[in-house]
Design a protein around this ligand. Structure first.
Ligand SMILES: Cc1ncc(COP(=O)(O)O)c(C=O)c1O
Length: 359
């Protein structure tokens, strides 16, 4: 019998984390609706831009200057107030490392993006999870009340992954006024482009109105722009706050191909808007049909919908999978279904109807 080898000592809070396992890949005839990806091919010009990035024997531009300048012009801010990362999740990790460590607290809504608990644990800080309201929204007054002297960062996710609702513009600005000026607020807007609710917060407008250096917004090219596989996202915030994030970054993580693809995607704005509108309409139609089957689907403003399946989450996900629909279950809570190909929609509604809660 072979003995267990002695392993290097691991920080206990890291050893306690579930090891990362990617959602199941879909078989050839199944629809992968588990990662909020974009079902469309890359935007026009993107593949050509990537193919033209041939000097891969060279390191990329460390700060993605051209992309920062393009985004700066678009938002009317200095390029120094923009920071590019290998996905917006890496920017959140950097902001956490820059602000929070052992003994500090990070406040966020729960349930929200599943990466938050582990990113906080890696920083060494403690998660303070504030339950969503009954209609699956952020409870901003409760989040403000959860802030203590130990709080260093608050994450607000709008639209909230995985439940779907946005945070309102007015409630967000009122919340920011309540948060101490030395606590960083990160507004994670990974799905902002899909939002159709005119009352929803929009990070840039809120930042401009509030002019508070403690508000940083995160955006990504992974979702609406369909560049999930290239890893590129951006933060907009106060230069000195972003400098702190830059100091914690793994150098040169944003590849030249990712920067070029992002630039080409920004140049294809009309096609982007068209695709986003198609997905938002598909989402709204699906929500209406799911509600007709008896599911209490919360307001959906991202490119996904939430079925509050509770204890049945894993069984309901298995029923979808059997029908060739790979969805994302959260045990004991619910199921998130991404808005994918048009052909998946009838199948989703059929399975949802078959496993709908009994009145
Ligand atoms: C709320 C939220 N933030 C951030 C991300 C990460 O996106 P990126 O691909 O830019 O790292 C995701 C991806 O699923 C997300 O749902």
């Amino acid at each position: 019998m072979s003995e267990e080898p002695v392993l290097p000592r691991i920080r206990p809070e890291i050893a306690a984390l579930p090891a990362y396992r990617q959602g199941r890949q879909a078989s050839a005839d199944a629809f992968k609706l588990s990662s909020n990806e974009n079902p469309f091919d890359p935007l026009p010009g993107v593949l050509d831009a990537v193919r033209a990035t041939t000097a891969i024997n060279r390191y990329p531009d460390a700060t993605a200057t051209r992309l920062r300048e393009r985004l700066g012009a678009r938002y009317g801010v200095s390029a120094d107030d923009i920071h590019i990362g290998a996905g917006s999740v890496s920017l959140l990790a950097q902001l956490l490392l820059a602000t929070a460590g052992p003994g500090d607290e990070v406040v966020y809504a729960w349930r929200s993006f599943e990466a938050y608990p582990s990113l906080v644990a890696v920083s060494g800080a403690t998660s303070v999870q504030v339950p969503l309201t009954a209609d699956a929204r952020h409870d901003l007054p409760a989040m403000a009340a959860a802030i203590t002297d130990r709080t260093r960062l608050v994450i607000v996710c709008s639209p909230n992954n995985p439940t779907g609702p946005t945070v309102g513009f007015d409630e967000f600005t009122a919340f920011v006024e309540e948060v101490p000026a030395d606590v960083l607020i990160v507004l994670d807007e990974a799905y902002a482009e899909f939002v159709t609710d005119p009352d929803a917060v929009e990070g840039h407008r809120a930042r401009t109105l509030l002019a508070r250096p403690n508000v940083v917004m995160l955006r990504t090219f992974s979702k609406a722009y369909g560049l999930a596989g290239l890893r590129v996202g951006y933060a907009i915030g106060h230069t000195r706050v972003l400098d702190a994030a830059r100091s914690t970054a793994i150098p040169l993580a944003v590849t030249a191909a990712a920067e070029e693809a992002a630039l080409a995607s920004l140049a294809a704005e009309s096609e982007l808007l068209h695709r986003v509108a198609v997905l938002a309409e598909r989402r709204d139609a699906l929500v209406a049909r799911l509600r007709e089957t008896g599911w209490d689907v919360p307001d959906a403003q991202g490119n996904f919908v939430w079925l509050p399946a509770g204890d049945r989450a894993l069984d309901v996900a298995a029923a979808f999978e059997e029908a060739g629909l790979i969805v994302r279950p959260f045990a004991g809570d619910g199921i998130r279904i991404s808005i994918g190909e048009e052909e998946s929609i009838d199948r989703i509604v059929d399975v949802a109807a078959a496993v709908a809660p009994q009145p």
